[in-house]
Design a protein around this ligand. Structure first.
Ligand code: MN
Length: 242
């Protein structure tokens, strides 16, 4: 079996190193990750510029692109065959609720599932001890490798410290302070810094946020289908169909 790892925090990130240590004993390990941090780039793919690959060691590459670029070039060019699981992480910081829309970590795992391969995104809420999160990821990878289930996209969030266990969760809703900080650069030109800190998380039973705040690992299965099935009826009325 072969496994592909990536991490939107970059090839040098400690979360990736922790994951490599845990997953390496399971099979042939390939690591393809951005050469620098590319967090919050979501599913961005570099189809309008050249990509450069920098071999670091055997089966280990840095790419001057996005997390999705890394998975794409790995699956369609570097790897000798289809990997059993693609693991993205361990990310520094949570990917809870609506974070998954922006997350490069989740997008890299989603890219695998788009190609029919299990994708696991793993994020550590706080702190820098990535070992427990990486060990949890290994357990999931072992189980996925044993199943014949259809490809799944799993968004895993790990609380700081030793987890009490794991819970299967729904996506919650996370709120941020919406900010645009307007400043002037040293040459006298305006620039803008967008995005404020997280402010609160809605109390939703069974959500990822509830689980991690109770000390559990949250495992949220994510769907690729973005159709609003509940909205079909009202939109049919809106467009005058039927
Ligand atoms: Mn990141």
């Amino acid at each position: 079996m072969i496994f592909l790892l990536t991490n939107d925090d970059g090839i040098g990130s400690p979360g990736l190193a922790a994951l490599e240590t845990e997953i390496a004993p399971l099979g042939e390990l390939w690591v393809v990750a951005p050469e620098r941090e590319r967090s919050a780039v979501s599913q961005a793919i570099s189809i309008h510029r050249p990509l450069r690959l920098h071999p670091i060691s055997e089966r280990r590459y840095a790419v001057d692109g996005t997390p999705v670029d890394c998975v794409y070039v790995a699956l369609h060019h570097l790897l000798p065959r289809v990997p059993t699981v693609v693991v993205s992480g361990v990310n520094r910081g949570a990917n809870l609720g609506t974070d998954v829309i922006y997350s490069g970590t989740v997008a890299a795992a989603r890219e695998a599932v788009l190609r029919g391969i299990h994708g696991v995104a793993v994020s550590l809420l706080a702190g820098s001890d990535f070992r427990a999160a990486a060990a949890g990821a290994r357990e999931l990878v072992v189980r996925l490798a044993r199943t014949s289930a259809a490809p799944v996209l799993l968004n895993v969030n790990v609380p700081d410290g030793e987890p009490k266990g794991a819970r299967v969760t729904l996506l919650g809703k996370r709120h941020y302070q919406d900010e645009v900080d307007a400043r002037t650069d040293p040459r006298g030109r305006p620039y803008f810094w967008i995005g404020g800190p997280g402010t609160r998380i809605d109390h939703i039973d069974g959500s990822d946020a509830e689980a991690v705040h109770a000390g559990f690992v949250s495992v949220t299965p994510l769907a690729l289908d973005q159709t609003d099935h509940a909205g079909l009826v009202s939109v049919r009325a809106l467009v005058g169909e039927g």
